[in-house]
Design a protein around this ligand. Structure first.
Ligand code: AKB
Length: 331
C-alpha cells in the first residue's frame, strides 16, 4: 500500500511492511550507540544510521552505517534525509545542563537553532520525529514531588529553556502541520558502556567508575539531593516503544517517563552493600542549584496508562547490573 504524506509536504511513499529508515543525530553521545544497537536488532543493521560531527571510534564505525551530519547545516541534513530515504529521525544532539550554563551561546545555537532545522526537515519530508526532553524542563516553581506532565515549566537553565522550547515547537508543528512529533522527558540516565557529558546527574554514573577504580568517590551534589533516574536499557526501550505506539494511543505528544528516585547517599549505600566505598562531598554550586530546581519524583502515570510504559530496573537491579557489566566480583 502506498502512503502519501500531508499534501503540504513533499510526498513520501513507503510500503506498510517496510521497516523505518532511521537517522540518529548526536549519535556519539551517551545514548546514540545503544539506541542504534536496539533499533538495528529490530529493523536491520542498514536501516539505522548513526550520525555526529565527531569521528566515531572504530567499533562504532564497524557496527553499522555512520555518517557525518551537522544539525546546524540545513542542506547537509536535508541531503542525508533525501539520499537515505529516512522515515524516522531521533534527535539526540544537545548540550546538557551544566555544560550549557558554561557556554550559553553554543547551547542556544545547538539546542534551539539546531532543533529548528530538525523540525523543518522532519515536517517537509513527513518524518516521524523523536526529540528527548528532560526533568530539566521543569524549574523551581514546578511541583517537585511529584512532578506531573502538565504543570508550570519555568526552568532557569538554557538547557531547560531549550527543552521547553522543543516540546512546544514540536507540539505546535504537530497541530499546525501534522508532524508526527513524539517526545519523552528523560530522568538522569545511567549507563555502563557510555559516559554522559556535562550533565547534573552525571555523578550517578561517575560513582561506579570511581568506586571500582579506587574505592573512593567525591560527589559534587549534596548527600540528600533526590533526583529521578533510569537505567539506560529502560530509557532506550521506552524510546522504541513510544516511537512504535499506534497514533491513537497517544493522548499527548510529550510524556514524563520514570523508573526510580534516589539521593547520592542512597546510591552509595546500595553500592556499599556490594563493595567498600568511601564517599566525600565537595558541592559544585552551579550543579547543586540546578538539581535543587528539578523534580525529586516524576509522575509518569500518563505514559503507563496510554502506551503501557513499565520500567524494569529499580535501584538494587541497577547497581547489580552496573557492577556485573564492569565484571566486579562483589562477593
Ligand atoms: C543532565 O543532567 O543535564 C541530564 C538531564 C537530566 O537531562 N542528564
Amino acid at each position: 500500500r502506498q502512503v502519501t504524506s500531508d499534501a503540504s509536504f513533499h510526498s513520501v511513499s513507503f510500503s506498510e511492511t517496510d521497516h523505518p529508515k532511521v537517522l540518529i543525530t548526536g549519535g556519539l553521545g551517551q545514548l546514540g550507540v545503544g539506541l542504534a544497537k536496539l533499533l538495528r536488532k529490530r529493523f536491520g543493521k542498514n536501516n539505522v544510521i548513526l550520525s555526529d560531527i565527531r569521528k566515531p571510534p572504530s567499533n562504532v564505525f564497524h557496527s553499522g552505517p555512520f555518517i557525518y551530519s551537522d544539525i546546524l547545516d540545513y542542506k547537509n541534513l536535508r541531503e542525508i534525509v533525501v539520499n537515505n530515504r529516512i522515515t524516522w529521525l531521533v534527535h539526540y544532539s544537545a548540550l546538557l545542563s551544566a555544560v550549557g550554563e558554561a557556554n550559553v551561546a553554543l547551547a542556544r545555537s545547538v539546542n534551539i537553532t539546531g532543533l529548528h532545522n530538525i523540525l523543518d526537515i522532519a515536517a517537509e519530508h513527513g518524518l516521524r520525529l523523536f526529540v528527548p526532553s528532560t526533568i530539566g524542563a521543569f524549574g523551581p516553581t514546578s511541583p517537585r514531588n511529584p512532578t506531573p506532565d502538565l504543570c508550570v515549566q519555568r526552568p532557569r537553565t538554557i538547557y531547560g529553556v531549550s527543552k521547553v522550547h522543543a516540546e512546544l515547537m514540536g507540539e505546535y508543528y504537530h497541530h499546525r502541520y501534522g508532524l508526527d512529533f513524539r517526545c519523552l522527558r528523560y530522568p538522569g540516565i545511567i549507563s555502563a558502556d557510555s559516559m554522559p557529558g556535562g550533565g547534573t546527574t552525571d555523578y550517578a554514573v561517575q560513582i561506579f567508575h570511581d568506586a571500582i577504580k579506587s574505592g573512593k568517590f567525591e560527589c559534587n551534589l549534596k548527600h540528600d539531593t533526590r533526583l529521578p533516574m533510569m537505567y539506560i536499557d529502560d530509557c532506550l526501550r521506552a524510546t522504541l516503544e513510544v516511537m512504535e505506539a499506534p497514533t491513537d494511543t497517544l493522548t499527548m505528544r510529550t510524556y514524563n517517563i520514570n523508573a526510580m528516585s534516589f539521593t547520592p547517599e542512597e546510591l552509595a549505600q546500595e553500592l556499599q552493600k556490594q563493595m567498600p566505598l568511601e564517599v566525600t562531598y565537595d558541592v559544585d554550586h552551579v550543579r547543586q542549584a540546578i538539581a535543587d530546581s528539578w523534580p525529586m519524583n516524576f509522575d509518569d502515570s500518563n505514559a503507563r496508562k496510554d502506551w503501557g510504559w513499565k520500567h524494569d530496573y529499580d535501584l538494587p537491579e541497577l547497581v547489580q547490573t552496573m557492577l556485573n557489566y564492569f565484571g566486579t566480583d562483589t562477593r
